[in-house]
Design a protein around this ligand. Structure first.
Ligand SMILES: Cc1cc2nc3c(=O)[nH]c(=O)nc-3n(C[C@H](O)[C@H](O)[C@H](O)COP(=O)(O)O)c2cc1C
Length: 405
């Protein structure tokens, strides 16, 4: 073989070799997977804030099982199906979305990144998927609506002890164009998150020197935190008392199906009950007027050793029949996971941490990166499975493993 040193520049040009990233490029742009975004999020966000998003309750066994259950799935392809055109779009409660994915409600979102809900709502609108604002959100119902006026908005409700306050929130959400109310019912009491307790992420906060020094190692986050409006539960910032006092009136351990009936009467739009974990409760929710349920264990943040939603889906689908709206969350970190949930019986999915990792990694551009990765993975997985539209999915496409290690 004849060698020539003069060929080096041409060879490098052929490889399109670029030693440095373009200045001003968003750090999330290079992420290829949700794991990449998670690592970036951890680097850019103080441990206390990162752990608040990343962690689960008690031993975090449910959190681990959620992920393991998805990893242990087998997806079974069909061949020679002409998948030159694949459409991952779907319709939920009369609205057509471009992907079978919505953004789940998360509280304290501006702790993760100063742009918080504004970034999530704007990215969701760009991808034509719904954004769910949490009762405990850090931007108000009205501010979030203004951030993405053309996007689809859902509002997550914690039915507070003072029902008049909840009615007022429903009224505001309706007036600000939120289509669906997502009533969360798996928080009769709050659970214990050990990482948060260790990091001093309590109400009121009990931050120690270690936590503060750790935060100083993320100067970008600190600058944002110190120079942007303070963190607050923006939907009831005017309520009496400080944040801790407000938090203590958030959950009502006396909730029952009678209250679900009450919400049904009070809310004229789509009503979705979030936190259902078994067939009987799903049937009961539909019997009390719900239009859909989210099969969820709150991302492993509430009852530890709760069932994994993915594993519950086939039984819940069999119980409620083919027409009812089943949304799945908890553990979804890839397009393959979304596809597995759909094949196991869900019509739609929600992402919590996958959204927050993108947000922490790069603000709105980071959330868009999350959605871009999911879209690519969903489209590729559909094509490789031989599926063109979501209604072609069925149990034949998925073999659930176990949630065990
Ligand atoms: C940081 C964080 C805050 C959350 N806050 C709420 C909340 O205020 N209301 C609610 O219904 N669910 C809340 N959730 C649960 C999510 O809506 C969703 O059920 C869960 O994140 C799905 O699991 P995944 O994170 O594995 O996708 C929260 C989840 C996280 C990670």
């Amino acid at each position: 073989m004849k060698r020539s040193l003069t060929r080096i520049p041409a060879a490098l040009a052929q490889l399109n070799f670029k030693p440095f990233p373009k200045p001003g490029k968003n750090p999330a742009a290079g992420a290829l997977t949700m794991d990449d975004l998670r690592l970036l999020a951890r680097r850019r966000t103080p441990t206390a804030a990162f752990d608040y998003a990343d962690g689960g309750s008690y031993s975090e066994e449910t959190l681990d099982r959620n992920y393991r259950a998805y990893r242990n799935v087998e997806l079974v392809p069909g061949i020679l199906r002409d998948v030159s055109l694949v459409d991952p779009g779907t319709t939920v409660a009369g609205t057509k979305f471009s992907l079978p994915v919505g953004i789940a409600p998360t509280g304290l979102t501006r702790l993760m990144h100063a742009d918080g809900e504004r970034a999530g709502a704007a990215a969701a609108a760009k991808y034509n998927i719904p954004f769910t604002l949490a009762t405990m959100g850090t931007m108000s119902i009205e501010e979030t609506a203004a951030a993405a006026p053309l996007g689809t908005r859902w509002f997550q409700l914690y039915l507070r002890q003072d029902r008049a306050l909840s009615l007022e929130m429903m009224r505001r959400a309706r007036a600000a164009g939120y289509d669906a109310l997502v009533l969360t019912v798996d928080t009769a009491v709050t659970s214990t998150r050990v990482r948060d307790a260790r990091n001093g992420m309590t109400l009121p906060p009990t931050l120690g020197v270690r936590t503060m020094l750790d935060a100083l190692r993320r100067p970008g986050w600190c600058l944002d935190f110190l120079t942007t409006p303070p963190l607050e539960f923006a939907n009831f910032a005017d309520d009496p008392g400080n944040v801790s006092a407000q938090f203590n009136t958030m959950f009502d351990a006396s909730l029952s199906f009678v209250d679900l009936g009450w919400v049904r009467e009070a809310w004229p739009g789509t009503l979705i009950v979030k936190g259902v974990q078994g067939p009987e409760d799903a049937l009961e929710c539909f019997g009390h007027g719900a239009d859909g349920v989210v099969v969820s264990n709150h991302g492993g943040r509430q009852l530890d050793r709760a069932p994994v939603p993915l594993m519950q889906l086939p039984a819940i689908r069999a119980a409620v029949g083919p027409e009812k709206l089943l949304i799945a969350d908890s553990g979804i970190m890839s397009g393959g996971d979304v596809v597995a949930a759909l094949a196991a019986g869900a019509n739609f999915t929600l992402i919590g941490r996958a959204y927050l990792y993108g947000l922490m990694a790069g603000g709105q551009a980071g959330v868009e990166r999350t959605l871009e990765i999911l879209e690519r993975e969903i489209r590729q997985t559909m094509a490789l499975l031989g599926v063109r539209t979501l209604d072609e999915f069925g149990p034949r496409h998925v073999r659930l493993g176990t949630a065990d290690a």
